[in-house]
Every structure is written in C-alpha cells, then in structure tokens.
Write a new protein. Sequence first.
Length: 555
Amino acid sequence: MSSRGVYGPGTFTDDKFTPVPLECKRILKLLVKATPGFTQDVAVLDSVSFVGGDYPIIPGPIKSQAVTAVIHAMAGIVGQEILELRGQKRSALTINTDQAGLYLASPVTFSVDGRDAVQLIESGQLDKLAPDTMNGAVEGPLKYRAMAIYPTKNPGEWYQWHGSNDPNPGLRLLGIDPDARLPSNDAAYELIKSRVSQYSAKELDMMMTEHGLCGCTCYTPEAWRQTSMAKVLARHPLINYKRKLETPDLPPSPFHGRAGPHYRGACSGAGFGRVGCGGHPRPEEELGGSDFAAVYLDCWKENIRLGLGQRGWQGDAARAAEGCRRGDSGIPDSLLGAERIRARRPPGHGQRARTGIVYLDENCFGPDGCWAERPGWQQIADAAAGSTYVMGRAYGYTNGECVLPSLPISDMSTGAVSLVAVLMALRDRAKFGGSYYGAAALTAYNTFTLQEEVGLYQPDVVAKIQEMWSFPKMTPEHHVYDLLFMLWKAWVKKGGLVDSEDFYAHFRDTAFGRNMKILAPIIQYANDEVNPRWITPPQPYCYNTGAIAFANASG
C-alpha cells in the first residue's frame, strides 16, 4: 500500500518501512518482470543475497541505493549465465547494499597515498595529479553557479540551468559577462537568479533549445508523466536492447576459454577501453574536448584520445573504425553505425571476423521522441522526471523549490543499466548470433525510481536517515560537487562506512601515486576464481597515446 501526494503531485509513499536488503529482493522481482529477455526463474532471483544496513546511507525519500543494488544484481545474474556458457558452474551472488550506495558517490570514493578525494580536490593536489579536463567550466563563482536551480518569473516554478562544459554561451544569453569576477558563490547565484527569473520556464526551454544549450523545467513527477516525451519513453523498458535484424545474420559467437569474468569486461571477459576527445582547447576557439572527471575510476585497458571534431579528424576516424573492425566495440550508432562498422570488418580477420557487434547509445531522454536529441546531463534528467521536486519537498520546501539528489545518481545508475543491457546482448550473441543494439537514458532511470510500484520512503524515515548521518540541509543553489563533498564528509565523520576495506581495491605505482585505493566491484561471487576484480588501475584522461588496441583484448 502507498500514500499519494506526500511529496507532491504524482508521488507514492510507502505506508511502512522495509529494510534496504529486503526491499532489494522485492524491487529485483519488479524490475526483472519488466525486462524482456531476462530470466524469470524465481529460484534464481531468490538465490541472490543482499546484505547491508537496514537504512540507506543516502538522504531523501528516493530509493536510489536499493535500485542501484538491484541493477548490479541483475548484471551478476547475467554473469552467472555467461559462466555457464563458458562451461563453468554458477557461483552464488552477493550484493552489499552499502557498497552499492558508495558506488553512487564513485567520483570521490578513491584515495591516493593516504589522502581521500575530497582532501586532494580541496587542497588543489588533484590538479597536479591529473590534467585539467574541464576547460574552466567551474572556474570561479560565476561559472560554478551556472549549474544550479533557479526560480522563474512564475510563482512556484523553477528551472535547472546547466552550463555544461562551457558555461560562457549560456551566461552571455542572460546578458552576463562570463569573465566578470564576483566575490562569492552566493553573489553569483543572486546575479544569475536575477536574470533567469525574468523568464518563464517555457521561455527558458525555448531559449536553450534555439541555442543548443542545456537546461530544463523542473517538473513534478505527475507533470512529467503527462509530457509527450515521457509517454514515448514509457514505451521502452528501462533495460532496453534488441537484436538488429537488418544486419547480416551472423552465427553465434561463443565465449572462449574458462577464464574468470574479471571486471575488465564486467563479467564478460572482454577488454574495455575509453575514447576521449582529448586536446582540451577552449570550445569557443576550436571544436575540442573536455570532461568533468579528473580521475576515471573505471579501470580501462586503454584511455585514449580521438579528435573527431578537430582539424585532421579523418586520421582519427580511421583509427576508430580500425578499433571497431578488430573487436566488439560498443560504439554509439550516431558515430559510425552498426552497418558501417560491420562493413569495415572483413572476413578472415581472426576468430571474431564473422561475429556480430554489440553497441549501445546512452543519452538523457531516450532513443526516440521529440527530446531524443536534446542535450542533457544528470541534473537535467533529475529536473525533468521530478526527482529534484521530490527532494525539495522532502527538505520542507513548499513553493516548488527543487533540490538536486545528493549524488550523481542517475549518471552512475544509468551506467549500470547499460552494463546489464550489454551483458544480455553478449549472452544472446553467444547463443543465437547476430548484432545487437541497446539504449539507456538518464531520465528513464529517474522515472523508474518514482513509479508507484517502487515507492518512496516516508517522511519519518527521511528524517531518521538525516539524523543518523548528520547530513547538512541541501538547497537549490548547491552544485553536485557541493553535495558530493557534504555526503563524503558526513560519512567520514560518522565512521565505519568508508573505512570498510572490504569495499575497496588497491593498486601500487599508478599514474596518480604509489598507493591508490578505489571502490571494488559491487558484484561478488562466492567462487573467488571467477569473482569480478579490477586488473588495471585508473588512468588520467586520454592517458594512452598508442593506437586503439583494447578492442581485441577479450578472451
């Protein structure tokens, strides 16, 4: 049973509290039922063990911690199926829900030579360890507050303004000099608010759309569900993949060998690499690259640059095609397309010459619909689906004020959704052959967490979580970095959670320092021989300079 409207229009709140591990059991069956191609074997689902504290470690009423634990469990179940296809026995699966909560804070769950991420960032030491990847996007109060939630000219209506990795065009659109120096973040927020509040949310959406910039009305969950984009998105399952019937009908591609599913391929045994745009010229000077992560906590085999938007891009495009030709690359179809990749993989090129490919698109709003091409980030998805509205109501705001969820939750969780889709496609390719396409959307994840069947925590539970961890109150102007740091410092002060060595993996002599600690894989099997584990340490952005080689590292 649930109560309606506790956190505003279109919200559904539990009538009683269920401890997180038990709630994961229920949500697992709910999500599995809604996922085409996933096993419906109740015995398999019941065999998954969820362990951890009764209460979430994350503030607010949204069950983000439980849902992300469930998504990791689904990846682990498909991993069990892949083990069987390799000729190995299934291994019992355990998911620690507290560790899954820390996964949502991955950008700050690392340490280098005994100093944690927040200490490294606040001291400026991280700037010395990793290249500037953000093009000054958060440099100074004005640009920092170019990513915040602002009131519009209509009472009770709020807007998520997002400067993306180049706040300058958006600030100029508001008549603000991007190079103006303000004394504080508060002063910057007030200046931007004075300009944003001259427009309605609809006017702001049109302005941003016309100029290709990033922003979104802060909807209630009910208002979002009534939009045409939400209705189109609802036609797709959260974990969304399918066989591409228009591509060649290639034979099954069995998994070779009995090697354990190291986390280099997230239970698939594949080698993973990351392609960045590199170079980091200022966007207004030349089409180039930037990224908000100074340290990549995924352990790529290689982390390289391709300048597909810069002068001389043809050579890098050829390198990308070569990587696709040699392996099972997950390339968005907007870049090369399955048919072009397929055509560039000639017969007789190794064992994988006549196998299909698996590729997946991940964006903000979904694979189709009127907003499918609209730019977006985690904060945009939070605003669109109603997550920021729900968080604002949970903090006691009553005039429509919205507050970001406290971590990059939809970012991290949608990555896990993508993982499940890719693993299912690899499983099916091994069994049935062919090529596969998947799609994952940030807003789809948010929408799933707000549906009635999932439910929200009651206000007294939200208050208890807030008291347990002594979290500060969060407000509309807070940047996601502010919120990340707030939670990390609260966890450190409380003790116990971030100190658990069982949650971490260690590396020596990395590019960042002699001793590096990062969050270990969430999926844990009983058989250590097949247990997922990182086999390479994190690397700085575009660290490798050689040709693409990671694509053929599987097996």
